[in-house]
Design a protein around this ligand. Sequence first.
Ligand SMILES: Nc1ncnc2c1ncn2[C@@H]1O[C@H](COP(=O)(O)OP(=O)(O)OP(=O)(O)O)[C@@H](O)[C@H]1O
Ligand SMILES: [Mg+2]
Length: 486
Amino acid sequence: MAKPKNYWERERERRRNASTDRRSQRIAGQDVSKKFHPINRGQTDAWNSDADIVAAISGHGGGKSQLGAYWLLREAKRWPGDTFIVAGPTHNTLEKSSIPKLKAILALHGLPWDYDHNAKIGFRVQQKQYMLPKGGIIYFGSCEKPGSMQGAHARAFWMDETVDTEYYAFETLYGRVAFNEGRGIITSTPYDMGWLYGQIYQPWIAAGRPDAATAKDIFVAQWKSVDNPAFSKSRFEKLRAKLEPWRFRLLYEGEFERPMGLVYDCFTPETWVKPFEIPPEWPRKLGIDFGVVDPTACIWMAQAPDKVWYAYDEYYQSGWMRFADEIESDALSGKHSTQMEMIDEIVARCIAHEEKPRAVYCDDSGKDYIMQAKDKFYETLGTNAVYPAHKKDISSGIQRCYGLVRSGKFRIFNTLKYFRNEVESYSYELDKDTGELAKGAAPKDKNNHLMDAWRYAVVGSPDEAFNSFGYGSLGPNDNFRMPGLS
Ligand SMILES: Nc1ncnc2c1ncn2[C@@H]1O[C@H](COP(=O)(O)OP(=O)(O)OP(=O)(O)O)[C@@H](O)[C@H]1O
Ligand SMILES: [Mg+2]
């Protein structure tokens, strides 16, 4: 056991903490200046990096948003008259966190926040856009509806916090700056091991963690809350003592951790396998979750003779992503043909695999989509086995999927990145007060497109019934067939 501290040791510690706290308060009081002065190594590196995507990942209060706001305005200054985007998980977080930061810096540069009709500068509330001098525009968008962030090409974006966002929100933003070879900054606490981890952090690690001077595509700066001198050291230590270690690492040390409430916490490294050629005789089935504004997601599964299912391909495409370079109204009117195109692509993928799936289980909420899919599969592959999935009870479906993984009867190719993004984020709603997982909690309606497609494929075709039906012939799953579709 540690030796108890004597009076003088305690007193020294108290004074040390008091002095860092006073220093913190001083710095926090003069936090916005006309020019950006980084307060730590992480901010400095992120600020200096020329990489296309800069991810500044730190604990709460580490100084991420401050960096993001200056970064975006620096881009706006570099490219006068151009278009920029600020995105947050919801409009509410934008208003509470990102906008006040921008507002303060703009004010120091003599720019008004309220719209000035004569100068045509300022924030237009209806349009959610800030008009910059020289015709530049900053759009504000919520990642809840990535479609709402579509529009003309942009030069740079700032994504402030990624909690509960989906990968296609990032892809939409990235798509919007692609034409201009523009850049983006992501400033966030690492909430889970979803897309920020899989698509940004891991590729940066795989590239050998290039530093700020050499990173070209992605640069990641990572730091702790307490690396912000304005963050109280004593509070940091109190939090360390109070919180569960994983939660502290995630929230205050800016380290990636698997959060509590993950629906499929059963995935282990063994679940992910290296891709191999699926023997042509293995029976195959597909699960499809339709969407246009939300992505259409499809998963391909094949069953080995030892009854283990292998997920070997995935499709994940939002109609909005496809129309990234067209204006919103066109994307809307293109809704149906877009869905059709996506179905075409799924069928084309089956042709490329040289396969005729035994069953295709679809989301039946869009009846015309399932009709389109049925026609297409019949015309092209000559199969009638396109069924609405059994989806009444989400939780028992989840249990089936969970059980399959736990029992080692489900494996997945480690190349299926969209699935990985979702499975590492798909989580239950936690209790707002305690942060704990409440009994009977439901999964959040986020990051669930491939999760649903997978569940449809699993539930729609109980293993024991699988062999009892072939192409067009019927098994117990008949119950789930939509009347009038065969
Ligand atoms: N470069 C800087 N110079 C001066 N003050 C700074 C700087 N960076 C951050 N700060 C101050 O530190 C505090 C926390 O910064 P900020 O809000 O950017 O952190 P954050 O990581 O976005 O926090 P949260 O997790 O709450 O979103 C703020 O008061 C901010 O003004
Ligand atoms: Mg912030």
